[in-house]
Design a protein around this ligand. Structure first.
Ligand code: FVH
Length: 283
């Protein structure tokens, strides 16, 4: 079914979102602070609104994708939000999402926030994911429409949950990037073929190791950090060995040191018999 949808914000991400909705046959009205960015989309069939007010007035479903939450409330201030489903795909912190949800509700709108787990070229393609939280009725009503942009996943009615999980996902990603960068620096400094190392050794190894995370999550939920595999004392010695090896190879272990510090802290409490999952208690 074709829907009337307004998209506010035509940066790299907003334009990709609008384009995917148009490709699925929806009637899309667009607005952007700098109107020139709307021109390609208008040429492809979008309707240009010359103010946020007119954009919001044009459709029951309003998708917003701007720089930050401050620019969202600034843009929507004074627009006719009563009865509108406001889907905010602007990145923000959990407390900002709560504030923006309340701000929209005070003006009669129904708020659904989203955390985009994709870059613009992935929008409309398999593999793109958007985490949603907030209004369940809005999610249920528009789930089909949302699925055009990326696989939608509803994470709860608390508007803080999607941004919190978004941040948790990015945290996992940055941790893996940190490990990759240290490994790459070590291999490169030794003059070994890096691409071969990554494709034949590192990536398969990381996949295999990631399989342990579900068991660790169970330990963390239960508070039982015992291990039959490798305890913290062994990992402390292992990290010590890594750090010494890095220094001998003239490579800085700077991204490994914070992990070593938390392991040292936990073992100093006499908890070296525990598994790595116990480190969460320190954090
Ligand atoms: N691009 C990405 O890879 C990431 C992936 C994950 C999610 N993010 C978030 O998406 C939001 C928008 O990101 P973007 O990539 O579209 O960013 P830009 O291309 O820089 O476009 C920014 C748009 O925001 C408009 N804007 C900025 N300030 C204001 C304001 N005060 N009032 C109204 N609009 C404003 C800007 O307008 P203009 O500069 O063209 O006039 C663009 O439309 C973002 O939250 C990412 O974290 C993307």
């Amino acid at each position: 079914m074709s829907e009337n949808i307004s998209v506010l914000g035509l940066g790299l991400m907003g334009a990709a979102l609008a384009r995917s909705l148009m490709a699925a046959g929806h009637h899309v009205t667009v607005w952007n602070r700098t109107p020139a960015k709307a021109e390609p989309l208008v040429a492809e069939g979008a309707v240009l609104a010359d103010s946020p007010d007119k954009a919001v007035g044009a459709s029951p479903l309003v998708i917003v994708c701007l720089l930050d939450h401050a620019s969202v409330t600034e843009t929507l201030d004074g627009t006719p939000l009563a009865g509108r489903a406001v889907v905010n795909l602007t990145t923000g912190r959990p407390v900002e999402a709560r504030r923006t949800a309340e701000w929209v509700a005070e003006r009669g709108g129904d708020y659904l926030g989203g955390g985009i787990m994709a870059v613009p070229p992935m929008i409309g393609q398999p593999g793109a994911l958007i985490l949603y939280s907030g209004s369940r009725p809005v999610y249920d009503r528009y789930e089909q429409v949302l699925s055009v942009m990326a696989e939608p996943r509803f994470t709860g009615t608390d508007p803080e949950s999607a941004p919190l999980l978004d941040i948790a996902m990015l945290t996992g990603m940055y941790g893996q990037i940190a490990g990759f960068l240290e490994a790459a620096a070590l291999v490169k400094a030794a003059g070994l073929p890096l691409r071969d190392f990554v494709t034949t050794l590192l990536t398969p190894w990381l996949h295999a190791m990631a399989a342990q995370q579900a068991a660790w999550a169970g330990n963390i939920e239960s508070g039982e950090h015992g291990t039959e595999v490798s305890n913290l004392e062994i990992n402390r010695a292992g990290l010590e060995n890594l750090v010494r090896a890095f220094r001998e190879q003239n490579v800085k272990p700077d991204l490994l040191l914070p992990l070593k510090a938390v392991i040292d802290q936990r073992t100093a409490r006499g908890l070296g018999h525990e598994g790595l999952s116990g480190l969460v208690e320190e954090l």
